[in-house]
Design a protein around this ligand. Structure first.
Ligand code: HSE
Length: 297
């Protein structure tokens, strides 16, 4: 028996919702083929598209480590699974690469086992994979990769995830080829915030969630603001201020860092605006000697 699955890249934080908001995009993402085997255990047969960077040791790769935890939980040490992973997305880019792999592996294994767990029950296993990849088990990438659409992590303890409505929007992603490890990008954020900044942020998060329910694009744009994390993290992203200003002047409803960066994302009503901004910003970065990938969903 075998199954082929696709798990999408995700935009975590969505500007104001640090560690609690995220959405899935159509592309890029991970493709995974999983086959049942008679020999028990989880094995990685091949990984393509990772330039040889990902570990083939099943304990060390998020695609398999989360499946190993799942099988242990289900007491299914009799099960054999073989994984072939094709990374069709950049790694370490802020697009939730490790989450996509963990979700692809878990979803495929759960299906091959006859769906013993619900998606909600799979989520903690995907978070374990995230902790393995970047030292912290946040859920704002894994939840949208698993459920699709926009998700809100209402709370971590106990874990409560809410699927939010998705208005018609286009998302432009631009990944500049610079290194911003999630661990480092988390370390530079201050652990304390001013009450006045917290009040601004709460207002924006609530405004954003309300805008998603009411299709209020004006409110959506006014709410996509971050006074806590972006001012610090944006320093790690080349040309951030230029790119943000350009996108906002050319039809973007909002612009921000995808996850911990360096990818930046912007949201649009019009697919033409999204395409135009992507093409111009890619050229701008190329003129500065920085290569980039662009994606439109
Ligand atoms: N919410 C996490 C962070 C996502 O911003 O560190 C990491 O991709």
């Amino acid at each position: 028996e075998s199954i082929k699955v696709f798990a999408p890249a995700t935009v975590a934080n969505v500007v104001c919702g640090f560690d609690i908001l995220g959405f899935a995009v159509n592309e890029p993402g991970d493709e995974l083929l999983m086959k049942s085997a008679t020999k028990p255990g989880v094995r990685i047969i091949s990984i393509e598209g990772d330039e040889g960077k990902l570990p083939l040791d099943p304990q060390k790769n998020t695609v398999s480590a989360s499946v190993i935890s799942l099988l242990r939980h289900l007491r299914r040490d009799d099960v054999g699974l073989e994984i072939s992973l094709t990374k069709k997305m950049p790694m370490g880019s802020g697009l939730g690469s490790s989450s996509a792999s963990a979700v692809a592996g878990l979803f495929a294994a759960n299906e091959l086992l006859g769906s013993p767990l619900s998606k909600m029950e799979l989520l903690p296993f995907a978070m374990e994979g995230e902790a393995l990849a970047c030292g912290h088990g946040h859920a704002d990438n894994v939840a949208p990769a698993l459920f699709g659409g926009f998700t809100l992590i209402k709370s971590y303890e106990p874990l409560e995830v809410i699927a939010l409505p998705v208005p018609k929007l286009f998302c432009a992603l631009l990944y500049p080829h610079v290194d911003v490890p999630t661990r480092d990008a988390r370390q530079i954020i201050r652990s304390k915030v001013l009450l006045k900044d917290a009040v601004t942020q709460w207002g924006n998060i609530a405004g954003l969630v309300s805008a998603l329910y009411t299709n209020d694009y004006g409110l959506l744009g006014r709410s996509l603001k971050d006074v806590i994390v972006e001012p610090i993290r944006s320093i790690l992203i080349p040309e951030f201020d230029y790119m943000k200003a350009y996108a906002m002047e050319n039809g973007a409803l909002g612009f921000g860092i995808s996850g911990s960066g360096p990818t930046v994302f912007s949201l649009y009503h019009s697919v033409d605006d999204a395409q135009k901004v992507l093409t111009s910003l890619q050229k701008h970065l190329a003129d500065k000697g920085i290569k980039s990938n662009i994606y439109l969903s």
